[in-house]
Design a protein around this ligand. Structure first.
Ligand code: HEC
Length: 116
């Protein structure tokens, strides 16, 4: 009995520690908020998260930035600065600027992209 009780307690403790650890080490993006911003900002005109359209998918972008310490900063810079980009058909268009200036929302958007 004591043995069983002890191992249960231990398991609960380990599970709790695991949860705390994972939430502290991995940034979990708020997917709903990011998707809403994606729609509001018309990003879907050129980007699809899973498939390359006129523009690279989030999958492709996430792969490019994987393991880069500056990934979030670079993505935020790209979504906020505007400027001309080349579409896959060779035409050029002004890159859309994301419809927010809230640093938290920008960070969340970048983390959502990187989560692919
Ligand atoms: C007019 C079409 C178009 C729209 C709209 C658009 N993008 Fe892009 N985006 C592109 C193209 C084309 C590229 C790839 C060319 C490049 O990186 O210069 C790109 C690249 C990117 C990259 C990768 C940059 C890099 O350094 O690899 C990110 C991140 C990005 N877009 C985010 C967004 C977000 C967020 C939105 C919505 C606010 C958005 N884009 C709207 C066309 C678009």
């Amino acid at each position: 009995m004591i043995q069983i009780h002890f191992s249960r307690t231990l398991m609960v403790a380990l599970a709790t520690a695991g949860l705390l650890f994972s939430s502290a080490s991995i940034a979990q993006p708020d997917v709903d908020a990011a998707r809403l911003l994606f729609d509001q900002s018309d990003c879907g005109k050129c980007h699809n998260p899973d498939k390359n359209k006129k523009a690279p998918s989030w999958k492709k972008i996430a792969k490019t930035y994987k393991g880069k310490a500056t990934a979030e900063a670079e993505i935020i810079k790209h979504m906020t600065k505007g400027g001309k980009v080349k579409l896959d058909d060779g035409s050029e268009e002004e890159h859309k600027v994301v419809e927010t200036k809230d640093p938290k929302a920008l960070s969340n958007m970048a983390q959502w992209i990187l989560s692919y």
